[in-house]
Unconditional design. Structure first.
Lengths: 180, 979
């Protein structure tokens, strides 16, 4: 600690300044090394930039595909969790089911935002988006299927008749034992 | 697996226990219990100088009780069985209360101070006869003072010390009926006077030591006796002859000779007629009722009769009572307007009035029925009198010094019908703030409660909390509350008096004795809700209809009385001019929300009420759809009738209709006898027609108001349990449609016997009977489902509403139904069964079983569910299906009467509160009991003991914590930034 402090206290011993960007040799007191031409990078500028852009687009597409496929992992995990949760209605299973429903829904809502960084004139994002949508819809379907297996979807006749009042009767009768 | 099942059962049971049991300090918070004794028959005063002054009474409800003379409270009370009617009560040896019951075959002695039974003797009796209890004061046999009892043809002398029979004399062979046992002073010979075949007077002289007949004298009297007898002195009795026009004085002389002396009543009073000897006993005098007048007849030394006074018929008289200086006095009471006049006179000299008092009555109680008097020595050495009077409405009053010292509404011991009524809505003028406490008080109360719940309360605090709970939130206010907890129970008593009892504290809000223009006092038959405004006609007060009858048989004319529920005033009372055999409330109301009622008479006509043209037009519209049926249990026939046409004849009006017989169900009289019939309660609300099983399958309930449950037994098996062998007895139950007479279901239980107690609700019947083979009581449940609607299972049709499930149904569209049933053993004998009812019918139901011990047991309907199996699947268990056991459990904590008994329990009435989870339960017998039940716990409201203070404090603490942590974090952030 003391050493460090001492070092810090004595200040900088040496430094290299990389900020020298001057292109004019006359202003510099040190000559360029032989064979070095300052102008050479500017010569094939267009070719290299295209190359660079292609690489970037490729990279973006690759990334977009990665993003598009990411729900698949999620899907698998959800499936596993659902299997773990069982088919009875309790806090855990309901939580998992609702998160399984919520995740795809929120993903579907923000599908544009997710693919925003990969937006490029050259990158064809339709396919990744479609795959992303399909996978998320698959997740949603899984959630709904889980909801159904939990018995929370009104798919049975019993769900529609359970609050039906008894029908009116046309005839009315009364009577019983004679009063004694 | 078994352990799992057991655990699950335990969980269910524990949850069940929690749902109906209550803690000790919750007793009396929402329940109340009132103890009664019934209409007093005999009263014996016990007013010695030392000890507490008391009166021993026996009543028509077979109760023997000791009452505090100062306040009218019950010291002790014993309710004998319904078949154990008390014939006589007296005090022996100054410390035992002796009661004779069951037509002179049961003699019991009770300890006077505390009512413990000292001994009980079952006396031999061979046949039914009138019975007689005589406790001679100075008959002494070897240091013992025997009690003389006549009953069932035997005369017994019983020792009062241990109930041992000293001797008995058999009079069965002669058919001798003992009328009086007389005992001359200072003699060991007792005179037993009786009649033989109502034409011979026999006097036996019996040695009281051994029971030997010393002498017997039979004297024939050609005219015959009518049975009523009045003993006027130790050697004379007066009887009426069989024509009831001659008074016969029978005197028996020392030698055992008997002499008659006849006096025509027409010689005594000018207007003669059928005479009647009144029961009060005087010395040397008797009271005779002739032509609605009470005539006092003095018996002279030689048996000469002379009239000394006469009174109007409305007078009640007491027995004579010895007062100081060998004088004998008696009391007479008659009432005039709202006053009653009590007069105490000397028997010897009717001109001497010892006491004359007029007492203002606080309410209408009818005529005076019975008087018992007692005297005491005032501080100035003069005689004071207290009179115990029984009024026509069965109430019991003690009069002393010109005032009513106390009164007991004993009419409530004989409730015959109960209905409920709403209280008036709170008016704007009456401020709630007056009743509610100020904020400080409110907070104080809640902090007390909080202390209680945190176990920090001192004993004084606990007492304060309990007191606060008892009078909490104006539970006895006379206005409607938001939850519908405050209501009135309207009870009709046998005496024809209507009482309104408040559910909050059980006090009598109003009472009214029924009147009729046609007869003095109609007997109440039944009670109906006449007008319950809740949609229209809101300015009208609700009212009840009381159907009464002038007379005791079914053909006597009926009386309708309408009583305003808010005020307790009789709105109108009308004589309807026809008999009443059945009353049918129809499911229609007119524009003022008066319910239409049909009243059937003995001629098979029905009469429509109210008699308005509007009601008539409503009825005409539904004319073809109204039916009635009657059950003739003596013939074993059920007949169904339809409406035919208007009545013809000169007396008929347009509201009278004739009926035609549509169907009959005849039970073979040699094999089946109707013992019980039952329908659903007409005002029961059913929430849904579907029953969903565990696998999401739907069963449609067969919910119909026109279903009649009938139970029959073999005629041999109609008697007592155990009187037949299992082979001879069978119980058959039927479900009959009362529109078409179709038998929908029949179930036979071989080797079973009644009595059947049943309850019918929604689509199920639960009934209780005795299984002779198993020697156990059984409970069977039958659930009825509709097969014809079972096809309604297409979800899309149901979603789009393309189904016929809510279409009106007719009984003529042949219903296809199937039933599910299951039987269980039930360890107890049952007096009555009822079921809870809630406002919307969503809350699960509980059976309320009135057990033989006069308690009420709440049993979840889940225990009587035909879907119970030995090994329910996981899904079924989750749904709450309990594994099948052979008998139904009786969990001690589920007695809703907790430690109390509703003595002589006869009926249980349930009524919904506004809060769906809660139901009112009212049980009546000799006692009254009320409580509020929540069969599935109060899921829709916070409990009374919910600690608002704790909630408030928690919120305040949380808010404070949020602020403090926020401030701290701000500070920390600032200091971080400065670094």
């Amino acid at each position: 600690m003391d050493k460090g402090k001492a070092v810090m206290g004595t200040g900088r011993r040496w430094a290299v300044d990389f900020s020298d960007q001057s292109t004019v040799p006359s202003t510099r007191d040190i000559l360029d090394p032989p064979g070095f031409s300052r102008a050479s990078p500017e010569q094939d500028d267009s070719a290299t930039s295209r190359q660079k852009k292609d690489a970037e687009a490729n990279w973006k597409l690759q990334k977009a595909w990665e993003v598009a496929q990411s729900p698949f992992k999620n899907l698998m995990m959800m499936g596993f969790m659902m299997w773990m949760a069982g088919n009875t209605v309790h806090l855990f299973s309901i939580g998992i089911t609702f998160s399984a429903l919520w995740q795809p829904l929120s993903a579907l809502q923000s599908v544009g935002k997710i693919f925003e960084p990969f937006k490029d004139n050259k990158v064809e994002l339709l396919m990744p988006k479609l795959v992303f949508l399909a996978l998320n819809l698959g997740g949603l379907a899984l959630g709904i299927w889980k909801l159904n297996t939990l018995g929370l979807l009104p798919t049975h006749a019993s769900d529609w008749v359970s609050s039906l009042p008894p029908p009116q009767e046309v005839e009315h009768s009364g009577g019983g034992f004679v009063f004694h | 697996m078994a352990i799992k099942l057991y655990l699950l059962l335990l969980v269910f049971l524990s949850s069940a226990i929690a749902s109906f049991s209550l803690y000790e300090d919750q007793v009396g918070l929402m329940d109340w219990h009132q103890r009664y004794i019934g209409k007093v028959k005999h009263a014996v005063f016990h007013t010695q100088k030392t000890g507490r002054k008391r009166v021993i009474v026996s009543t028509e409800e077979n109760v023997v009780a000791s009452l505090d003379l100062r306040h009218g409270e019950i010291f002790w009370r014993h309710v004998l069985g319904t078949k154990d009617a008390i014939d006589g009560v007296d005090i022996a040896l100054g410390k035992y209360v002796i009661t004779l019951s069951s037509e002179g075959s049961m003699l019991r002695a009770w300890n006077l101070p505390d009512g413990q039974m000292v001994w009980e003797t079952s006396l031999h009796s061979s046949h039914h006869s009138k019975s007689l209890l005589s406790v001679p004061i100075n008959l002494k046999v070897d240091k013992d003072y025997p009690i003389l009892v006549f009953g069932g043809g035997y005369l017994h002398a019983v020792s009062p010390l241990d109930g041992e029979v000293l001797w008995k004399k058999d009079f069965t062979a002669e058919g001798f009926e003992v009328q009086r046992v007389l005992q001359p002073l200072e003699s060991s010979i007792i005179y037993v006077l009786g009649f033989l075949r109502s034409s011979e007077a026999v006097v036996y002289q019996i040695d009281s030591r051994s029971g030997e007949v010393v002498a017997e004298k039979t004297t024939a009297f050609p005219g015959g006796f009518s049975g009523e007898i009045s003993s006027v002195s130790n050697d004379k009795v007066v009887v009426l002859d069989s024509t009831r026009s001659i008074l016969v004085t029978i005197s028996f002389l020392d030698g055992g000779d008997v002499s008659f002396q006849k006096t025509r009543i027409s010689d005594l009073v000018e207007d003669s007629g059928e005479a009647e000897i009144l029961p009060p006993r005087f010395s040397d005098m008797l009271a005779v009722k002739v032509n609605k007048r009470t005539v006092f007849v003095r018996v002279g030394g030689e048996g000469k009769l002379e009239v000394v006074d006469s009174l109007s018929d409305e007078t009640a008289m007491s027995d004579s009572l010895p007062v100081a200086d060998d004088q004998v006095a008696f009391a007479s009471v008659h009432h005039e307007g709202s006053k009653i006049h009590l007069t105490v006179k000397l028997v010897d000299d009717l001109e001497t009035v010892l006491l004359r008092e007029s007492i203002q009555m606080d309410q209408h109680r009818g005529r005076v029925d019975k008087v018992f008097i007692n005297n005491y020595i005032k501080t100035d050495r003069s005689n004071g009198f207290r009179a115990l009077i029984v009024m026509e409405d069965h109430s019991l009053l003690l009069l002393q010094q010109g005032a009513i010292v106390w009164s007991r509404e004993e009419g409530l011991a004989s409730v015959t019908d109960v209905t409920t009524a709403e209280l008036p809505v709170e008016k704007d003028g009456v401020s709630v703030a007056k009743v509610e406490h100020t904020l400080v008080d409110w907070l104080k109360g809640h902090i007390l409660k909080l202390k209680g719940s945190l176990l920090l309360a001192s004993p004084e605090d606990v007492a304060a909390i309990q007191e606060m709970r008892m009078k909490s939130s104006g539970r006895s206010k006379l206005t409607r509350d938001h939850n519908g907890f405050r209501k009135l129970f309207i009870a009709l008593t046998r005496a024809g008096k209507l009482f309104a009892l408040h559910t909050g504290d059980g006090r009598i809000v109003w009472s009214v004795l029924l009147n009729s223009p046609a007869c003095a006092r109609p007997s109440g038959v039944s009670l109906y809700q006449w007008q319950v405004p809740h949609h229209h006609a809101m300015d009208e007060n609700p009212s009840v209809l009381v159907v009464g009858r002038c007379g005791s048989d079914s053909s006597s004319p009926g009386v309708l009385s309408f009583v305003d529920v808010y005020t307790g005033k009789e709105i109108s009372s009308s004589d309807i001019g026809h008999s009443v055999v059945q009353v049918m409330p129809l499911p229609f109301t007119d524009s003022t929300e008066q319910r239409l009622h049909l009243i059937a008479d003995t001629d098979g006509h029905v009469h429509l009420y109210p008699k308005t043209s509007e009601a008539l037009s409503i009825f005409q519209r539904e004319f073809q759809n109204v039916y009635w049926y009657n059950v003739e249990d003596d013939k074993g026939i059920i007949r169904g009738h339809g409406m035919k046409s208007s009545c013809s004849g000169e007396t008929a009006d347009e509201y009278c209709f004739t009926t035609r017989e549509l169907w009959t169900v005849v039970f073979p009289s040699e094999s089946e006898k109707i013992i019980s019939t039952l329908t659903r309660k007409p005002n029961e609300v059913v929430h849904t027609q579907a029953k969903v099983s565990t696998d999401q399958d739907v069963l449609y309930k067969y919910v119909s108001r026109n279903l009649l449950f009938v139970a029959t037994v073999s005629p041999k098996g109609a008697g007592e349990i155990g009187s037949v062998t299992p082979e001879e007895s069978a119980l058959v139950v039927y479900l009959i449609d009362t529109i078409t007479g179709r038998i929908l279901h029949r179930l036979s239980h071989q080797g079973c016997q009644g009595p059947v107690h049943a309850v019918f609700s929604e689509n199920w019947v639960v009934y209780h009977y005795f299984n002779l083979r198993a020697h156990k009581y059984e409970v069977t449940v039958v659930e009825i489902y509709d097969q014809s609607r079972a096809e309604n299972k297409n979800v899309w049709k149901l979603v789009l509403g393309k189904h016929n499930l809510t279409a009106p149904i007719s009984s003529y569209s042949r219903p296809e139904m199937f039933t599910k049933s299951q039987s269980y053993f039930f360890p107890q004998s049952v007096k009555t069964i009822a079921v809870t009812s809630t406002a919307k019918g969503i809350t699960s139901k509980q059976l309320l079983i009135g057990t033989i011990g006069d308690q009420i047991l709440a049993l979840d309907k889940r225990f009587v569910d035909p879907r119970r199996t030995l090994n329910p699947s996981q899904a079924e268990k989750e749904e709450g299906i309990i594994p099948l056991t052979d008998s139904l459990p009786i969990i001690p904590q589920s007695y809703i009467t907790h430690s109390l008994k509703v003595e002589g329990l006869r009926g249980i009435v349930t009524a919904p509160a506004k809060l769906e989870s809660t139901t009112h339960v009212f049980a009546y017998g000799v006692d009254l009991f009320y409580t509020r039940l929540a069969p599935s716990k109060t899921y829709d409201s916070l409990t009374d003991d919910f600690s608002y203070a704790l909630l408030l404090i928690t919120i305040v603490a949380l808010v404070a914590a949020i602020y403090i942590t926020w401030a701290i974090s701000e500070k920390k952030e600032l200091s971080e930034k400065w670094r």
